[in-house]
Ligand binder design. Structure first.
Ligand SMILES: [Zn+2]
Length: 84
């Protein structure tokens, strides 16, 4: 039952920082690959952050990302992500 729900287009996902639930389409999907924070590539583990947290770029967000990546994420990692 749960499994089927997760596969729908209107899937709800949780921001790893503020833990608010949003529609998947309203979230930014990221992953860590080779110790880089990158947009999701359709392979491997991923996680979501909401646009509010992404724009805030506070220390709490960096801690949440560091936890998800199992390495320290710095503000420069995030900025690189935005600037491409
Ligand atoms: Zn958030």
């Amino acid at each position: 039952m749960q499994e089927q729900l997760l596969k729908t287009k209107n899937a709800i996902r949780m921001c790893i920082n503020c833990r608010t639930r949003y529609l998947q389409t309203d979230l930014i999907r990221l992953q860590c690959k080779d110790k880089e924070l990158i947009p999701y590539t359709n392979f491997g583990r991923s996680f979501y952050i909401c646009k509010t947290c992404f724009n805030t770029k506070d220390k709490k967000l960096l801690r949440a990302l560091s936890r998800a990546c199992k390495k320290e994420i710095k503000i420069t990692n995030l900025e690189r992500l935005i600037n491409g």
